[in-house]
Design a protein around this ligand. Structure first.
Ligand code: PMP
Ligand code: GLN
Length: 398
């Protein structure tokens, strides 16, 4: 499809469209379509292939039956805002006022978009890690801020302190972190988090933290940056029910932040979606109130899946890194003779009946060196499927 008119020649069109002016689907949509058209196992887009807790699903059905089908309040339904505030206190000891310091959004995606549009001016700098989740660059571009990155390098993908110090300056408006990190599976150490808080203070920057995988870490604690001394007042924390409750299609996300920051973000959010997902909001409230055993079990099950796929990829001949959290593992295809992961991922359905995503999709073109042969595989899938994929990937050695 060609987008008609001159939009493709505008700065936004040039940024969001492909080089030939064609509408370019996100890498995740492209790879899911490839999986469907080739009948391949989809380890590309990160979504679970099993339903989450029955209590949560039933609460949504019940809400529809009970007539919770019209616009909810702009800030989100009180029952969900209460549940978010209670969750933050219960797991992290953070106190947020559900009436003024909590905002429900259309997924973490809208939370990120509204936050960046609300809090940056043209020319402000936004610092992120690189590789970064694809919507970050698009939204920073839409906001007309400048995107500055700190590389995460294999094999451990931890940021270097000197790189962080160099990237954050008085021009920095926002330090946007993602912890646990997509695509690398890195969980930030307390030292790194402390340095980020220090730099935010030194340069009067706001910290925005995307913690959608907050409950999915493996043997290492998740430390919300807002819990560090001096961080709460300058941090916008973002999460979502999608990963925690296997409900990525519901798009119920949220923000916790100081009341004046929430107001600024709400001022933008009300003109993006206004509101969303009325019957899903009380259902996610039920999820947030589940016993701790649910959250521990969810992480435990996913850890087993990580271990299964990681071992399968290693047997197939990849060099595999060790994710500490999230849905994804990064594997280097170079030992198998593939130096360009984008070409490799396009060929993979024919070679092994599997779909994956090249890490280059999370890196800007000029920074691709060091990432070119890396491939992201999602392990948030059924055990049988991961086993089948591992078996099929062994064909790459022949
Ligand atoms: N941030 C990260 C790091 C993600 O991986 C995703 C994708 N699931 C999102 C944000 C988007 O979350 P949501 O589906 O809640 O909008
Ligand atoms: N977060 C998911 C991933 O990283 C995809 C979400 C999307 O398709 N936008 O695979």
């Amino acid at each position: 499809m060609t987008v008609s008119g001159a939009w493709e020649r505008t700065a936004r069109g040039a940024m969001l469209l492909g080089s030939n002016g064609q509408l370019r689907p996100s890498i995740f949509a492209e790879m899911s379509a490839l999986a469907v058209s080739t009948g391949s196992i989809n380890l590309g887009q990160g979504f679970p292939d099993e339903d989450g807790p029955e209590e949560v699903l039933e609460a949504a059905r019940q809400a529809i039956t009970d007539g919770i089908n019209q616009y909810p309040p702009g800030r989100g339904m009180p029952v969900l805002r209460e549940a978010i505030a209670t969750h933050q206190r219960r797991f992290y000891g953070l106190e947020w006022n559900p009436d003024t310091e909590v905002l429900v959004t259309a997924g973490a995606t809208e939370a990120l978009t509204a936050t960046l549009l609300a809090l940056t001016d043209e020319g402000d700098e936004v610092v992120t890690f690189e590789p970064f989740y694809d919507s970050y660059a698009a939204v920073i571009g839409l906001s007309k801020a400048k995107h500055v990155t700190v590389p995460l390098r294999a094999p451990d993908f931890q940021p270097d302190a000197a790189d962080l110090r160099k990237a954050v300056t008085d021009r920095t408006r926002i330090i946007l972190i993602n912890d646990p990190h997509n695509p690398t599976g890195t969980v930030l150490s307390k030292e790194t988090l402390s340095l980020i808080v220090l730099l935010a203070h030194q340069h009067d920057a706001i910290i925005v933290t995307d913690e959608v995988y907050e409950h999915l870490t493996f043997g290492v604690p998740h430390i919300p940056i807002a819990t560090l001394p001096g961080a709460r007042e300058r941090t916008v924390s973002i999460s979502s029910g999608g990963k925690t409750f296997n409900t990525t299609g519901w798009k119920i996300g949220w923000i916790t932040a100081r009341a004046d920051l929430v107001d600024a973000i709400l001022a933008v959010k009300q003109f993006l979606t206004y509101v969303n997902g009325a019957p899903f909001q009380p259902a996610i409230a039920v999820g947030l109130g589940l016993p701790s055993s649910y959250f521990l079990q969810a992480a435990g099950v996913l850890q087993g899946k990580r271990d299964l796929l990681t071992a399968g990829l290693a047997r197939a001949g990849f060099t595999v890194t060790h994710p500490q959290g999230g849905y994804f593992v990064i594997a280097d295809a170079a030992p198998l003779g593939f130096t360009n992961a984008a070409d490799f991922c396009r060929a993979l359905p024919a070679l092994a009946g599997v779909v994956a995503v090249p890490v280059s999709a999370f890196v800007r073109e000029q920074h691709v060196e060091g990432y070119a042969s890396l491939v992201r595989f999602a392990y948030c899938k059924k055990m049988e499927l991961l086993e089948q994929a591992s078996t099929q990937l062994k064909q790459l050695q022949h």
